[in-house]
Design a protein around this ligand. Structure first.
Ligand code: SF4
Length: 344
């Protein structure tokens, strides 16, 4: 089902005050658009903004980084990859998956080892592998720690940001034409995000390279948006939100996000007690908890699980998303405007 695209004057206003550093920025002047799609409402909003602006669908590709890789699940919602795939199919845009081999668990369990290779899908259908023998040997053997510093809270950098940069740097196609890399961070989510630029050259940009060039801008179109505007955008497009929102999560990131609140940990433990035990066992084994001042079992104890419906639990814990991506009878999910604990 295709939605008509139209230029929204209220969205055009966004480009003015926020893009002083990108004067003359024309979001339609790129050859390809890569949207970092987590499955949450803000990445969805980024995609919908492109469509509202009239960007041609065959220039858009969604990139979903599999936090747990293609191996053993630990942190993420089981349904997220298929949810993203279903959205891509319904909106008629391409989707590519990418991941660090071994995922979150593999990186966390590094013991005098180099970081694992990155794999990413490509338009030819080939899965390319890069790295695996780079950098110094290192030991982690602890969860990423809650911090604004991406070295300490390594999951965001090693499992998402670096994966995207590696995938861009290692595909020749990005050396031709201009690419706009689009992410959904909003200023009101954290002090760190507030300081992020709306428009800047991407980490993988090489526009002034001497031997080869790669033109990649990084745009954060949701930066000035409030939560209400984002939900209104999803409502207008009748996008079925990720099931985590129906359970009560106000933000959809990893199911066991290290930034989670007590109530989120209590809710996650209620619907997946086995995984709660495995995570608590890792904390014991490492002698270091996810949060500096309390363990996962303590958070579960202190928190209050949301009142969750069986059908929504099943939907979130399923590896397939068995619902339509676009729904006629759209309604605001319970988690909207609720508990917004999540990545900073
Ligand atoms: S959602 Fe949370 S746990 Fe997952 S990668 Fe981001 S910061 Fe880490």
């Amino acid at each position: 089902m295709r939605k008509p695209t139209k230029l929204m004057s209220d969205q055009l206003q966004l480009f003015e005050p926020e893009t002083a550093e990108g004067e003359g920025f024309d979001p339609l002047a790129y050859d390809r658009y890569v949207v970092a799609m987590s499955g949450g409402k803000d990445s969805m909003g980024s995609l919908l903004q492109l469509l509202d602006l009239g960007v041609e669908r065959d220039k858009i590709e969604l990139w979903h980084h599999l936090v747990d890789g293609r191996e053993d699940r630990l942190m993420d919602w089981p349904v997220t990859p298929d949810y993203c795939w279903t959205i891509a199919e319904a909106l008629d845009v391409e989707i590519f998956f990418s991941w660090k081999v071994g995922g979150f668990r593999g990186e966390m369990l590094r013991d005098e080892e180099k970081t694992a290779a990155v794999r990413f899908e490509t338009p030819s259908g080939e899965v390319k592998e890069v790295g695996g023998n780079n950098g110094a040997k290192n030991t982690r053997r602890m969860f990423p720690q809650v911090s604004g510093n991406l070295q300490v809270r390594w999951c965001s950098s090693y499992l998402k940001i670096d994966v995207a940069s590696i995938a861009i740097r290692n595909q020749k196609r990005f050396e031709r034409g201009k690419t706009l890399f689009v992410t959904g961070e909003r200023a009101e989510e954290s002090a760190r995000r507030e300081k992020q630029s709306v428009l800047e050259p991407h980490d993988a940009d090489l526009r002034n390279g001497s031997r080869k060039t790669r033109y990649v801008d990084h745009w954060r179109p949701m930066h000035s948006w409030g939560e209400e505007e984002v939900w209104e955008l999803l409502r207008r497009w009748q996008i079925n939100p990720h099931p985590a929102y129906r359970l009560g999560w106000g933000r959809c990131s990893c199911m066991w996000c290290i930034f989670g609140s007590n109530d989120q940990f209590a809710s996650a433990a209620e619907i997946d007690p086995e995984m709660a035990r495995r995570i608590a066992d890792y904390e014991e084994e490492f002698g270091t908890t996810i949060k500096r001042d309390r363990s996962v079992p303590e958070m579960v104890e202190e928190g209050e699980a949301y009142d969750m419906k069986e059908e929504d639990i099943d939907a979130a814990l399923s590896e397939t998303f068995d619902e339509p991506a676009i729904v006629e009878d759209w309604s605001l999910p319970k988690g909207a405007f609720g508990d917004t604990a999540g990545p900073s």
